[in-house]
Design a protein. Structure first.
Length: 248
């Protein structure tokens, strides 16, 4: 059972186009036009064109592309800010707001034509949020937190080890690091995730991390998964992602 996966995007529309081009080339080489493409969340923040990323993915799903788009913690923070600019995601430290440069929300608002959000009072920003179309808000809110397909679980951040999938909570699915990252146990499926940026896509045996740091200026990682085997897609073709021991 073949699936494609694209790691954290963070507003980089040109890289999303490049990732889809790599998948198209792999589809042509293996003759598979049906395998889904799963986007692992964090569509927005830090990068220059979150608006364009959302529009591109919306339009693809609307025309019937077999695309799954998961909700990431940055996508949840963006929605929360739109609903109430003074609210804060409960997982964030109390001193870190959505517009803090560490989060990167200012870049997302800039892509909708709302400039200099970090340096302006919320009372000035709130009336401008109508620039974000309701269709974008509704679409983001409708995206799932995980996708299970055969032996593979796709999720933004990971899972709480030892907890049944149906009992997992969204805070973990979108935010978890430990104890997930260092847990060496077989989870019953290969967990394909992003959220924790690393130097390069890495297969740990029980999980596959595809967040290669697009939010910090590095390339997006794109992979093809068949059972529990995975390959990184490159302009030269498939590069095997050989499992390492589970670790950070």
């Amino acid at each position: 059972m073949r699936s494609y996966a694209i790691g954290d995007i963070h507003g980089h529309l040109e890289q999303v186009h490049a990732a889809h081009a790599l998948i198209a080339a792999d589809r042509a080489s293996c003759g598979d036009t049906e395998a889904p493409i799963v986007h692992l969340g964090d569509l927005v923040d830090r990068g220059p064109n979150s608006n364009g990323v959302i529009q591109f993915l919306m339009e693809g799903q609307a025309r019937g592309e077999n695309w799954v788009v998961l909700r990431g913690n940055h996508d949840r923070m963006f929605l929360g800010f739109l609903n109430d600019p003074a609210a804060q995601d409960p997982i964030l430290s109390s001193h870190v707001t959505y517009l803090n440069p560490r989060v990167g929300g200012e870049a997302t608002l800039q892509s909708y034509g709302i400039p200099d959000a970090f340096s302006r009072p919320l009372s000035e920003i709130a009336p401008l949020l109508g620039a974000v179309p309701q269709s974008h808000r509704d679409w983001l809110a409708s995206q799932p937190a995980y996708h299970l397909r055969g032996e593979t679980l796709f999720v933004h951040a990971g899972i709480r080890p030892g907890v049944d999938l149906h009992d997992q909570v969204e805070d973990d699915l979108l935010w978890i690091r430990e104890p997930f990252l260092s847990d060496p146990r077989d989870h019953g499926v290969l967990v394909v995730h992003g959220h924790t940026n690393i130097q390069a896509a890495t297969h740990y045996g029980n999980r596959l991390n595809l967040d290669s740091g697009a939010g910090y200026g590095h390339p997006i990682s794109t992979a093809v998964i068949e059972g529990r085997d995975a390959w990184l897609l490159t302009p030269e073709g498939r590069a095997p992602l050989t499992p390492h021991r589970a670790s950070k």
